[in-house]
Design a protein around this ligand. Structure first.
Ligand SMILES: *Cc1c(COP(=O)(O)O)cnc(C)c1O
Length: 453
């Protein structure tokens, strides 16, 4: 026997991942101090590592998971599809899963003509290109600029990064990007003292109007994350902003792109966040954007897939005899049948189970369970919408995100704060008991990570 101690399965994988894998959104040197979890399997809201340790997936694996890991119904749908056809290109061919998914997404969104990509950033690229190309086909090629919200996030490929406003992700690549304009965010934390969230949202909408009044002639579209700006640190804003943005985009003839990549599929309490926009008579509640971008929860967190749906008017502007008038954009895996079947299984669950009603009960119970966290003397701006909770922590000292992350891991919870913002975005598969347990662990992790400082 050699004196060499046997490495655990997790340690072995961590060593090999550091040598062979370049991890996303990671300074690789930090993996020396912060090794990644070596996950062997998943079960409901839980991740289980190669040594059998269990971690509660409190952020739904980067906001994608809805109905738990290894969900039997989604597993069965993919398995069934595997026996039929795993993939066929969507140019010159079609198949039942992509047709059925497009029909059902069309009914749910009130839009249609679903165009598919493989991830969120590609959906953003598709919407931006379609919008500018629409104006070109309409004889207004000069309308090719884009507006987005301050602190907005729409993905990190070069086009999507151009309308993203997160300095840490963007500044390094600034020379590669086409400039876009950011208008003030209605993030309710930025309201003046005593100013209500809706008054502040309307004040921000006035700034949008001032910009449109001057620049509409060179603007193709305004892209925003409805209700919650995720990567900004779960910034939440009043839905009246959506209603005004829709009105102003109509008035100034600019497309409105709703990036529901993170908030779609029930995350904010309604199937889509845009449904919460209050009525402005004669318009009914909810707004209809010109484009909606979907991804993340679309497949329940199973497979990479994104979709952009649009209006008949946009579609019609591309339809004709000239090839170049068409939308000649493509990805090899566009409309992948396995991913479409996962998405159809997700829609089946929404159709057969009272998901949104159950989530309402879970979410009010969880907000109560987090009362002590919300009242903690270092906690600011505790906020909740649907199945998202977030709070900012004051006077944390340096490196709070990593300290909180490690404190939570030691308690069996996988959470990655954004700066000094802690947020929870559990899978809908979470049980009421698990939510109570989670709330208690968050309080503990907060106390531990502040005690060190
Ligand atoms: C995650 C996200 C994207 C990008 O999606 P990827 O699949 O990571 O490329 C775009 N917009 C929003 C709002 C997101 O949260």
């Amino acid at each position: 026997m050699s004196g060499r101690t046997q490495k655990s399965g997790a340690e072995d994988l961590v060593t090999r991942t550091r040598a062979a894998v370049w991890h996303p959104c990671t300074q690789m040197k930090q993996l020396e101090a912060l090794p990644p979890l070596a996950i062997a399997r998943g079960e409901g809201a839980w991740l289980i590592d190669t040594d059998g340790r269990r971690y509660f997936d409190a952020i739904s694996s980067w906001w994608v998971n809805l109905f738990g890991h290894c969900n039997p119904r989604i597993n069965a749908a993919i398995t069934d599809q595997l026996g039929k056809i795993e993939h066929v290109m969507l140019a010159g061919a079609t198949h039942a899963p992509v047709v059925e998914l497009s029909e059902r997404l069309g009914k749910l969104t009130g839009l249609g003509h679903a165009f598919y990509g493989s991830d969120g950033a590609s959906a953003t690229e598709i919407a931006l290109k379609m919008s500018a190309h629409f104006w070109r086909n309409a004889g207004q090629a000069e309308k090719n600029g884009f507006i987005s919200l301050q602190n907005g996030y729409h993905g990190e490929t070069v086009g999507a990064l151009s309308v993203t406003d997160i300095p840490l992700f963007k500044d390094t690549y600034a020379p590669l990007l086409r400039p876009s304009v950011q208008v003030p965010t209605p993030d309710a934390r930025q309201a003046e003292p005593g100013e209500s969230a809706d008054a502040f949202a309307l004040r921000c909408a006035a700034a949008l109007e001032a910009h449109l009044a001057e620049h509409a002639a060179t603007t193709a579209a305004f892209i925003l994350e409805p209700l919650v700006q995720g990567a900004a640190g779960m910034a939440m804003y009043h839905p009246i902003y959506l209603t005004r943005a829709r009105e102003l985009c109509d008035q100034y003839q600019v497309h409105l792109i709703a990036d529901e990549i993170a908030v779609g599929f029930g995350r904010t309490g309604t199937m889509f966040a845009i449904e919460q926009a209050p009525a402005l008579p004669p318009h009914p509640p909810g707004i209809r954007p010109d484009f909606i971008c979907l991804s993340k929860g679309l497949t329940g967190g199973y497979l990479p897939l994104s979709a952009v749906l649009t209006t008949d008017a946009v579609y019609a502007a591309f339809y004709g005899d000239a090839t170049a008038r068409g939308f000649l954009h493509s990805h090899s895996y566009t409309g992948n049948p396995l991913a479409c079947r996962a998405a159809l299984a997700v829609l089946d669950i929404f159709a057969s189970d009272p998901v949104l009603a159950d989530n309402r009960l879970k979410s009010s119970a969880m907000t109560k369970a987090l009362a002590e966290v919300a009242a903690h003397k270092r906690v600011r701006h505790f906020r909740q919408r649907g199945m998202i909770w977030a709070f900012d922590v004051a006077d944390t000292g340096p490196d709070f995100a990593n300290r909180f992350h490690l404190a939570a891991l030691a308690l069996g919870v996988f959470i990655r704060p954004i700066g000094n913002t802690v947020y929870l975005m559990p899978p809908y598969a979470v049980t009421p008991d698990e939510l109570n347990w989670l709330a208690a662990q968050v309080l503990q992790a907060l106390q531990r990570s502040l005690a060190i400082n």
